[in-house]
Design a protein around this ligand. Structure first.
Ligand code: ATP
Ligand code: 4MY
Ligand code: MG
Ligand code: MG
Length: 307
């Protein structure tokens, strides 16, 4: 074996315990190991600069202390990639700045458009505000900081419903999309799109029977009934070129490597795609063949092809 091929690469990871549990599966550790990558857990209770050596660091932690540790580490090891820089991840913790970047993208497409649903941010009492939005709405906590409460969303069917909400939040128009959501996973130049269960369509007729609010949480992780499953299977995937171009454009605009985005297709206009959510370091392990997907990304990084 040549020296280059036999050299081992050490990738340090700093993740919450629940993420280690879901992501650091034996299958990933083994797959990476066979390809010269050793995944090494960072002990966040000890200074990062005393640990390593690392060929790169991956992480999903947001505390000020952790950011300081990364800064010190980068000063000492300026050539070791930090995947990703905390100041670039920050924009994904706010549901306005998260989607703003999508509206600024210039993606050359022939038959489709990519946008975001109409939304307004509400920082104070909303009961009497004159909102230029059409019901039904989805109320989302402004901060998407990884807390359980940041995933507590709510359908809002009328003005009475608005009165029960607490700011700060984002009110977003609900767009009928056939109950199927596309999750586009990105790891550097690697991109994969999968289908998941989403909220069902709400007809105008049905809307007349609904009132107030309906809370829900992490719908795409819920189990799927047989009938829903067949709907998901039948749904046509977005064109591969759209998936690829959207991923590339977003990656470049945000300067991030590890994220996914939730995309829906307007049921009333099959060429209209809407990005509704972007998540940092999402649940890659829920994707089929995530082991080669993620390992190939890490190989790109340690071989200096990306990041
Ligand atoms: N504007 C919208 N129109 C229709 N459905 C929507 C809209 N926004 C959100 N949804 C539905 O609500 C779900 C949750 O919304 P969103 O993805 O914004 O929340 P989240 O808590 O950030 O989710 P995640 O677990 O992916 O981080 C979506 O997967 C989709 O099913
Ligand atoms: O990373 P965490 O464990 O916290 O959870 C993330 C979760 O991945 P998991 O499957 O590993 O739980 C992601 O799922 P998919 O988009 O891939 O479906 C998505 O819901 C993120 O929003 C979550 O991040 P948070 O917004 O809470 O930080
Ligand atoms: Mg989502
Ligand atoms: Mg999210």
């Amino acid at each position: 074996m040549s020296e280059v091929a036999s050299r081992r690469h050490h990738v340090g990871y700093a993740l919450e315990a629940k993420k280690v549990q879901s992501f650091l599966q034996i299958s990933l550790i083994d797959y990476a190991k066979q390809r010269s990558i050793d995944l090494v857990q960072i002990d966040v209770s000890r200074p990062l600069i005393e640990q390593g050596p690392f060929d790169c660091v991956i992480h999903k932690l947001y505390s000020d202390d952790w950011k300081k540790q990364l800064d010190e580490f980068s000063t000492k090891h300026p050539n070791v990639p930090i995947i990703d820089r905390p100041e670039l991840i920050d924009r994904l913790q706010n549901r306005v700045s998260m989607l703003e970047v999508v509206t600024q993208l210039q993606i050359p497409l022939e038959n489709e458009t990519i946008g975001i649903p109409k939304q307004v941010v509400v920082n104070e009492s909303i009961a009497f505000q004159n909102l230029d939005l059409k019901f039904p709405l989805i109320a989302k906590p402004l901060l998407a900081d990884g807390s359980a409460s940041s995933h507590k969303l709510c359908m809002v069917f009328d003005h009475d419903g608005l009165k029960t909400l607490s700011a700060p939040l984002v009110l977003q128009e609900f767009v009928n999309h056939g109950g199927v959501i596309f999750k586009i996973y990105v790891a550097g130049q690697h991109v994969n799109c999968v289908k998941r269960k989403s909220l069902p369509d709400i007809t105008q007729e049905k809307l007349t029977t609904l009132g107030g609010t309906l809370p829900f949480s992490q719908i795409s992780n819920l189990s799927v009934r047989e009938e829903e499953n067949s709907n998901i299977e039948k749904a046509e995937m977005p064109p591969p070129s759209l998936v690829k171009e959207l991923a590339r454009a977003l990656r470049e605009a945000m300067g991030l490597n590890l994220f996914n985005m939730d995309v829906i297709r307007d049921a009333a206009d099959s060429g209209r795609y809407l990005v509704i959510d972007i998540n940092y370091f999402p649940g890659y392990a829920k994707m089929p063949s995530f082991e080669p997907f993620f390992t190939n990304f890490l190989l790109d990084v340690v071989q200096n092809k990306t990041a």
